[in-house]
Design a protein around this ligand. Structure first.
Ligand SMILES: *Cc1c(COP(=O)(O)O)cnc(C)c1O
Length: 366
């Protein structure tokens, strides 16, 4: 059985759009794509009168080497969000198929499924936010085509052990595509489990999501990747829009992946890890903090006695954090992204101020 047997038959059968850029080869005078013959005004737009390469060779090369996969095992999209959407559309028949997720987790899996009218099977993470492989397998039905696992998980910050992922991959063979979202994997401490992308060779129905949005500081450029079996990548190339990657974004990504860019990114990841450790310790000592969940990502999920009030207090001081109280098992938690040392110190300062002071201020306002 091929992994493609899990995909929608009509997607496998369809004739993909053939763009002018794909059909062209060679030539110096380009009159085939109804583009403007003139460059737009302004530095930022140079080269933008032409449609971009669908999968720019230089960026494919840089990312394949970064992630240790072959070119044909990589699809670059507008953030890993686009890859999630493409996977759901390629594998889930509307009104029939399903995805499986483990709440509390990243919201986009369920959003993409609902847009496609695919069902969402939920198998909660354990009380300490790890993956219950047996529970996932017990909940599996023939309609589940995609199983998403997020590691380190957003919003808990806890990584899923490689052994659990491998056990799941082995058990899902021929049944469902396992999609491991590694948006935060660069922030994992040395000595902890790293990326599982090397397992793609062994499990043809394993896919890995990577992104330049977090550790590579390019959230605004929208560049993310799917690493998977070459057949899965070829299938998704049929349905991705013809020119997904804007030229200026590709240029920004190539600069970020240059030797200088890499040094810079590694240094910032090092600072995030150090800040994560310091903030974990400092927050644990504060009154009103119930628990700081151990995190391997660039954020901390923190339980407070009065999370909503703390959220408002930080906001009043100009600091915006994420209220994650709506997530199961996180009803008393806020998610705090690691900023610069100065930004994090401001968070601590606001949380250290006695609450009496705040009540007095509120009294004044009334
Ligand atoms: C931020 C995030 C992403 C989205 O990444 P983009 O590449 O910016 O689309 C994917 N997965 C998780 C778990 C995230 O937290």
């Amino acid at each position: 059985m091929s992994v493609l047997d899990l995909a929608r038959p009509e997607i496998r059968a369809m004739q993909p759009y053939s763009s002018a850029r794909m059909e062209a080869s060679g030539g110096q005078v380009f009159l085939n794509a109804n583009e403007s013959a003139w460059a737009p005004s302004g530095e930022a737009g140079q080269g933008c009168n032409r449609y971009p390469e669908p999968q720019p060779a230089a960026l494919v090369e840089a990312l394949a080497s970064l992630y240790g996969v072959r070119h044909e095992q990589l699809l670059i999209g507008r953030g890993s969000d686009e890859a999630i959407d493409l996977l759901v559309r390629a594998f889930c028949r509307a009104g029939e198929d399903a995805i499986l997720i483990q709440p509390p987790t990243f919201g986009m899996y369920a959003v993409c499924a609902r847009i496609q009218n695919a069902a969402v099977v939920e198998v909660a993470l354990t009380a300490d936010f790890t993956l219950d492989v047996d529970a996932v397998l017990a909940a599996l039905t023939p309609s589940v085509k995609l199983v998403f696992v997020c590691t380190p998980n957003n919003p808990s910050g806890r990584p899923i052990p490689r052994a659990s992922i491998e056990r799941l991959a082995a058990a899902l063979t021929g049944k469902a595509l396992l999609v491991v979202d590694e948006a935060y994997i660069e922030f994992v401490d040395a000595g902890e489990d790293g990326s599982v992308s090397d397992l793609i060779e062994r499990y043809e129905h394993l896919a890995v999501l990577r992104t330049l949005s977090k550790a590579w500081a390019l959230a605004g450029a929208r560049i993310g990747c799917l690493l998977a079996n070459a057949e899965v990548i070829a299938l998704l190339r049929r349905i991705i829009p013809p020119y997904p990657l804007p030229l200026p974004c590709v240029a920004a990504a190539l600069e970020a992946l240059s030797p200088v860019g890499k040094d810079r990114a590694h240094e910032h990841v090092r600072i995030v890890r150090e800040q994560r450790m310091r903030m974990t310790e400092a927050l644990r000592d504060l009154p009103g903090v119930r628990e700081v969940l151990p995190s391997q990502a660039n954020f901390l999920a923190v339980r407070f006695e009065q999370a909503a009030a703390v959220y408002q207090r930080l906001l009043a001081a100009g600091i915006v954090v994420r209220n994650v109280q709506r997530y199961p098992n996180l009803g008393d938690a806020l998610r705090i992204t690691m900023g610069t040392a100065e930004e994090n110190a401001r968070v601590l300062q606001v949380l250290q101020e006695p609450v009496l002071h705040e009540q007095a201020l509120q009294g004044d306002a009334i």
